[in-house]
Design a protein around this ligand. Structure first.
Ligand code: DAH
Length: 338
């Protein structure tokens, strides 16, 4: 009996030692240790042996089993290490190759400047309001105290859609839309696209404005001056001088235009400021009581100020750009510089 075990053991150890692959080893495992394996069969014989022999035989069987199992485990480990090594050798990964360069997008310079301007007003407590690009004559003109056939309409080269509809020529109609829906006090800005029948180096048929409106009790021209001076110095630099000049807009009374010391010559006089030392930046004024009448506000109780400015103009002055059309051509060589 014990010889039989030794014979199986020798055969098994030789087989496993000479195995050429993992599957050879699996086969050997089945042949010797499987359910119907040679050793398993012998184990079954244990029962029918007399007590004395059973012990010797069982011991021998167990030792053989342990040897075979040990060899199988170590050969399996060898094979899988070999497989891993082969994989490493064949799947070469050269981590010194340069990566693919992915171009990073940027915000358009107009968007950058608009965001900066909005941020300044948001920090002062203004909220953002919006209105449609296609407006009615009522919101764009009538309710802003610009009556039909009145010569003040000529201030805006209007792109009409029909007798009633037009492309808004300024962001001021948003003032009316907000006041129709909200009671004072209120403080809003309305950034957005506007349209005019105009085109040259400083005028584009489509451009952007930022409108502002604040209404409350006891609002004075001093509040307007303080707010706009602070805003302009945030945009152009704290050391810049700001001046308010009397002007005319149908929807404000009194009206003022606001100038900033020239960004190029700092007030000395140059080609950019036409030797005046000043750059015209925005229109503003105290809301005309006629406008309050259109939206049902009591002008005895409330007063307010409004202002409006071109975003392209501010961007051109900040970045030193002399042709507004560059903003709309989308030439990447231009846009990449911001
Ligand atoms: N809407 C004017 C324009 O487009 C700008 C403007 C001037 C807006 C005075 C205002 C204002 O709100 O008070 O030329």
């Amino acid at each position: 009996m014990v010889e039989r075990i030794r014979a199986i053991e020798n055969e098994a150890l030789e087989n496993i030692t000479n195995a050429k692959s993992l599957s050879d080893i699996d086969d050997a495992q089945i042949r010797y240790l499987g359910k119907k394996g040679l050793l398993t069969e012998l184990m079954r014989n244990l029962k029918i042996l007399p007590e004395e022999e059973r012990r010797n035989f069982g011991k021998a069987l167990n030792e053989t089993k342990i040897k075979i199992e040990g060899l199988i485990a170590s050969r399996k480990a060898q094979f899988s290490a070999q497989l891993t090594q082969n994989k490493i050798n064949s799947e070469v990964l050269d981590i010194t190759l340069p990566g693919k360069f992915i171009k990073r997008g940027k915000l358009h310079p107009i968007t950058q400047v608009m965001d900066e301007m909005i941020g300044i007003f948001i920090r002062m407590g203004f909220s953002i309001a919006e209105g449609p690009d296609i407006e009615t004559e009522y919101y764009n003109f009538e309710a802003l105290n610009i009556p039909k056939y009145h010569p003040s309409r000529d201030m805006w080269s209007t792109l009409w859609i029909n007798n009633e509809l037009l492309l808004r020529t300024h962001t001021s109609p948003v003032q009316i839309r907000v006041m129709e829906k909200q009671k004072p006090p209120l403080a809003i800005i309305a950034p957005g696209r506007v349209y005019r029948r105009d085109s040259d180096v400083t005028h584009s048929p489509v451009f952007h404005q930022l409108e502002g409106l604040l209404v409350d009790k006891k609002i004075t021209f001093g509040d307007l001056k303080g707010t706009l001076s602070y805003f302009l110095r945030q945009v152009f630099g704290k050391e810049k001088k700001v001046r308010f000049r009397p002007s005319y807009f149908p929807f404000t009374e009194p009206s003022a235009e606001v100038d900033v010391e020239c960004v190029l010559c700092n007030g000395a006089g140059c080609r950019l400021c036409k030797n005046t030392g000043w750059l015209e930046i925005l229109g503003s004024g105290m809301v005309d009581p006629n406008v309050f009448k259109f939206v049902g506000y009591n002008s005895e109780k409330f007063s307010g100020y409004a202002f409006g400015m071109g975003i392209e103009r501010i961007a051109m002055l900040k970045f030193g750009i002399d042709d507004i059309r560059l903003f709309f051509e989308n030439d990447l060589r231009f846009l990449e510089q911001f």
